[in-house]
Design a protein around this ligand. Sequence first.
Ligand code: ZN
Length: 86
Amino acid sequence: MTTIEHADTDGVDAPSDAIRTAARLDEHHAPETNGWMAVCRRCGMQTDGPQGQHLPSERQLVRANAWLDGQAMNLRIARLTSGRNS
Ligand SMILES: [Zn+2]
């Protein structure tokens, strides 16, 4: 008899995840907004103001993490290919 644990995120309020993701985004790049919309042009995430820091909404968290993972992957691939070519 096996018990399968489902990753149930329903009802789980984890603002720390948002903070961590926001910190990762800030670390990756400074938010680029066009001055009147609090949205970063680079990653498409919300910011806490035109001059502010990343503040992805709960809905954007999954996308933000996927974006960050994609950036890390791209970087790794770029390093691998450039290392192979030189
Ligand atoms: Zn950004």
